[in-house]
Design a protein around this ligand. Structure first.
Ligand SMILES: [Ca+2]
Ligand SMILES: [Ca+2]
Length: 459
């Protein structure tokens, strides 16, 4: 087992701890009420943070948002100057900064130039950003907090499929002058095929940038965009003058903020917002079809696992997805994001979970032997109640989170979302964001989820 991978995942997911509560609320989980209707119709009253509805309901008196930082789990655009803490930078932020100036109040998120004062200089920065003029901009970095960067970023390198898939999908290829992906990642993320034709891969592993290869790039990227708190050889890289931007592309809900913020940096804010809307629409759809229809006790309980014998808990990467799919996590938050299950361990048996979701990756559009993959995945878990009741399900972890969630929802609630739900979301995703990848792509021709029923006869 590759401990480096675990460490990377741990590092990323630890940051997501705070996110879980927000997430649970968003999905009606952890809340005893079963009357959650997440898509609240636009309320006419002056809506506070998150109110970016274009309906123009600006109240005559602006009640300023006061906040020290952005909540990455809220899907917010994490650019300082986004004074109303919503998804966009626009004239409403100028209005709010003006309201703050008038009231003499300070809000860090409104402080566009991060000089601890709110004044007309902040308005100037916000206006420059709105009009896509070059300026110093500050964003909220996953590791370093508020961090200045030259806007717009015109040249970057992307690390790992977590970053590459969304950045390519929003049209960021144009500004991508390098990337790293381990060979197995390259084999697996076939929707990035167009990327691989270009000789820009400077990987040795996905968390290390080969400095020699990096220096020999024709256009040296000014920024490295990564999904974790740090790269293995970060200090060395920074010495060479490149700026490393850390955003939580791996967290489920957090990735929405990450994509929005990264898209903004490279001047593609609108594309990024359109992309994450796909995520939000999927979650809203599942909420409508599943979560809002079930009482708390009707929801399936779920355990998630990966890397042979690692069991994910509420701080993990996958349990939040299962919850978004309408499930209920059985493992609570832990000291780390996972617990190893060793042969003979009894603790795991007491959970009696309804479903077990196992995540492992294989080629996005390749042909696999489902029974073999299933058997290998289930190796440690055949004594579990979920396995015995035919509810051990294997998912291709190369998929973007919104797709994984769709397949999970289908696995647990086929009668509510309909058979083929995952494939239909997948189809729409590829057609929308990777139209040139394979014009004949049919999600139903490939394997993204393996259920017991699919392989029963060949086990
Ligand atoms: Ca705003
Ligand atoms: Ca300021």
């Amino acid at each position: 087992m590759n401990k480096n991978v675990i460490i990377a995942i741990v590092a990323v997911a630890l940051v997501a701890v705070v996110a879980i509560a927000a997430f649970a609320m968003m999905n009606g989980g952890g809340n005893s009420g079963n009357d959650k209707t997440p898509e609240i119709p636009d309320n006419p009253g002056g809506d506070t943070p998150g109110g970016d509805t274009p309906g123009g309901d600006t109240p005559s008196v602006i009640d300023p948002v006061i906040a020290d930082s952005f909540d990455p789990a809220s899907g917010v655009l994490m650019v300082f100057g986004n004074a109303n803490a919503d998804r966009v930078l626009d004239s409403k932020d100028v209005d709010m900064v003006n309201a703050l100036i008038k009231s003499g109040k300070y809000s860090a998120i409104a402080d566009a130039n991060m000089d601890k004062m709110i004044d007309s200089k902040d308005v100037s920065v916000i206006n420059a950003l709105i009009n896509k003029r070059s300026t110093r901009m500050y964003y909220q970095d996953l590791s370093d907090g508020p961090t200045g960067i030259s806007y717009p970023v015109t040249s970057f390198m992307g690390i790992h499929q977590f970053v590459l898939i969304p950045m390519v999908a929003i049209g960021g290829m144009e500004y991508m002058n390098g990337y790293t992906l381990s060979p197995s990642g390259e084999e697996a993320a076939t929707m990035l095929k167009t990327l691989y034709d270009v000789e820009k891969n400077v990987n040795t592993s996905y968390n290390i940038v080969d400095v020699e290869k990096f220096s020999s790039l024709k256009v040296k990227p000014k920024v490295i965009l990564t999904y974790s708190k740090s790269l293995s050889n970060e200090a060395k890289l920074e010495k060479s003058g490149v700026q490393i931007v850390h955003l939580d592309f791996n967290g489920f809900k957090e990735s929405v903020s990450a994509i929005r913020t990264a898209g903004f940096m490279i001047g593609l804010a609108e594309n990024a917002n359109n992309y994450v809307k796909f995520y939000e629409d999927v979650i809203a759809d599942i909420n409508e079809k599943v979560t809002s229809k079930l009482t708390d006790s009707q929801r399936k309980t779920v355990m998630c696992g990966y890397m042979t014998n690692c069991i994910d808990n509420l701080n993990g990467s996958y349990t939040p997805m299962a919850i978004a799919a309408g499930g209920k996590g059985v493992l609570e938050e832990g000291d780390t994001t996972y617990k190893e299950f060793n042969r003979g361990d009894e603790w795991i048996l007491s959970y009696n979970e309804d479903f077990f979701m196992y995540l492992t990756s294989w080629e996005y559009t390749g042909k696999i032997n489902p029974a073999e993959m299933y058997k290998k995945s289930a190796d440690y878990f055949t004594s579990l109640k979920s396995y015995k009741s035919g509810n051990f399900v294997v998912f291709n972890s190369i998929m973007p989170p919104a797709l994984t969630v769709s397949y999970m929802a289908e696995a647990m609630y086929p009668e509510l979302v309909g058979e083929g739900y995952g494939d239909s979301v997948n189809q729409k995703y590829i057609e929308t964001y990777f139209p040139d990848f394979d014009k004949t792509f049919k999600a139903s021709d490939h394997t993204y989820m393996i259920t017991y029923d699919m392989v029963e006869g060949s086990l």
